[in-house]
Design a protein around this ligand. Structure first.
Ligand code: SF4
Length: 132
């Protein structure tokens, strides 16, 4: 049984040590341009949390992308930051309302077979040796 701060899902060849988030500087929320996909329910929840109407929230923080909606990014020192990543302390400023895409990281389908890029970019990933 993994320790309390270790997350594990069947079929993924790694554990995730969530304590690493406290000191990694928000690496999964910044870097190259990408999508932080949200749905309408999440948009509504985040708008509520910000005290904004969904329409005003969308104007300030959402963009349309292929296949749906994404949170906007801000470019800081040539890096793309999620618009909700604090640029100074690197914490998510809407952590309790963060969307499903963020909640499920790093257990994404794309990493199941090819976890190598995660091993390089996320200090919370602990590889599980393959059975011999
Ligand atoms: S919503 Fe929060 S957890 Fe998700 S990418 Fe933005 S800053 Fe990171």
């Amino acid at each position: 049984m993994p320790a309390k701060n270790l997350q594990y899902h069947n079929d993924y060849p790694y554990f995730f040590k969530s304590d690493a988030c406290k000191s990694c500087g928000g690496k999964c929320c910044r870097g190259q341009q990408g999508y932080i996909r949200i749905n309408m329910e999440e948009l509504g929840n985040m708008a509520n949390a910000k005290g904004l109407s969904p329409k005003e929230f969308a104007r300030q923080y959402v963009r349309q992308v292929t296949g749906g909606l994404s949170l906007q990014e801000r470019i800081i020192n040539n890096e793309h930051f999620c618009c909700f990543l604090d640029p100074v302390d690197h914490y998510c400023t809407i952590y309790q309302q963060r969307p499903e895409q963020c909640r499920t990281f790093p257990f994404w389908e794309e990493f199941k077979e090819e976890p190598e890029k995660l091993f390089l970019s996320c200090p919370g990933i602990i590889s599980v040796p393959k059975p011999t």
